[in-house]
Design a protein around this ligand. Structure first.
Ligand code: HEC
Ligand code: HEC
Length: 299
């Protein structure tokens, strides 16, 4: 009996060891990054398209910091608990001041923190990993152009957070093996621009696409509507918006993205869409038109 128990104990330990090894984030090899001259204007555009400020806005305790500075700390309610998105300003202790571009790329494309932890995918890196290297590098340069704000955000209120982070290994196997967005040569440049902005930085699928049992995007039903982030109801489908008479035409949808409910457009404010619309309204008109062209091609 004792032998059997010892053997079982050893097996259990071995099992735990295996789980420990396979859930250890793989350190990035120091890949050589392409040469890049940062373009701050483009960085700002992608910061807006990516909606970074919607989550990384200064929290209620942060004083004397403008609302458009990503000093972090605004509570984000999620099904696993309250998260406090971190400070993205260049403060060396509480922000990204000590981060290298390579670390930022690893966060945006692989959901890895430089301390070796998996990042929670409420930070939508599953979509951001479709962004080009140049665009990610420009966002990083733009973040570094903000004043350094000292703001150590509170710890996330998630039960068993270290175990949750380990468990993300399995989610990442599935989610990060889905193909990244690629241009479609059969489509126009503006359609491709819109598709890129929607599927990459805009991370529209994170809310508008239903999820599988494993909480990954069910891309076979892309943009068909997802569960509402506030728990009640559903995020609407983006298919057939003109056919279903939600909008008259592309110009009408562009106007909805630029003006939202101020001009009486409905379904542009609830469940985080209000922030998305506010961010879209800051984009160059050509990009808003490209987004509308792509969205209206979803049938
Ligand atoms: C829907 C909310 C959301 C959006 C939008 C978002 N983030 Fe985050 N981000 C988070 C959360 C939550 C975390 C913390 C994740 C964790 O602790 O595992 C985070 C973490 C990060 C980190 C890791 C920083 C650190 O100190 O750990 C970086 C870098 C980052 N985000 C950059 C960005 C950028 C750049 C954008 C816009 C292109 C963006 N985020 C948009 C929610 C968001
Ligand atoms: C944080 C979740 C979230 C993200 C990200 C998001 N949406 Fe939405 N969206 C919603 C919700 C929720 C609604 C419904 C809002 C309401 O009823 O007030 C909505 C509504 C819409 C509508 C109106 C649909 C209709 O039937 O009138 C359009 C169009 C739309 N979103 C496009 C987009 C695009 C394009 C993006 C990416 C740039 C995007 N959304 C990103 C949550 C989101």
């Amino acid at each position: 009996m004792k032998r059997i128990l010892q053997a079982l104990g050893a097996l259990a330990l071995l099992g735990l060891g295996v789980v420990w090894v396979i859930t250890t984030p793989v350190a990035l090899t120091s890949a050589v990054l392409p040469d890049h001259v940062a373009d701050l204007e483009n960085g700002k555009l992608l910061f807006n398209a990516g909606g970074c400020i919607s989550c990384h806005a200064p929290g209620p305790d942060v004083k004397d910091v403008a609302a458009d500075v990503p000093a972090g700390g605004k509570p984000l309610k999620t099904p696993i608990g309250i998260l406090y998105p971190p400070n993205l300003t260049p403060d060396p202790q509480s922000g990204l001041g000590n981060w290298k571009l390579q670390a930022f790329l690893a966060a945006m494309q692989q959901g890895l923190h430089p301390d070796g932890n998996h990042l929670i995918p409420a930070f939508p890196y599953g979509s951001y990993r479709s962004m080009t290297f140049g665009d990610v590098a420009d966002v990083f340069a733009y973040l570094n152009s903000f004043p350094a704000v000292k703001n150590q955000v509170p710890a996330h209120e998630v039960i068993g957070l270290p175990i949750v982070r380990r468990g993300l290994t399995f989610w990442k196997w599935l989610a990060l093996s889905q193909p990244v967005w690629k241009p479609d040569a059969a489509q126009s440049d503006s359609w491709n621009r819109g598709a890129y902005l929607v599927n990459g930085p805009g991370h529209c699928q994170e809310c508008h696409t239903p999820r599988t049992l494993f909480m990954t995007l069910d891309t076979s039903r892309a943009f068909m509507g997802g569960p509402h982030p506030e728990g009640k109801g559903k995020v609407p489908s983006l298919h057939g918006l003109v056919e279903r008479a939600r909008y008259k035409d592309a110009a009408d949808l562009v106007s909805a993205f630029q003006n939202g409910e101020v001009l009486g457009y409905e379904h542009m404010s609830g469940g985080g869409m209000g922030e998305v619309q506010g961010n879209l309204s800051k984009l160059p008109e050509a990009d808003v038109k490209a987004i509308a062209e792509y969205v209206l091609s979803l049938k």
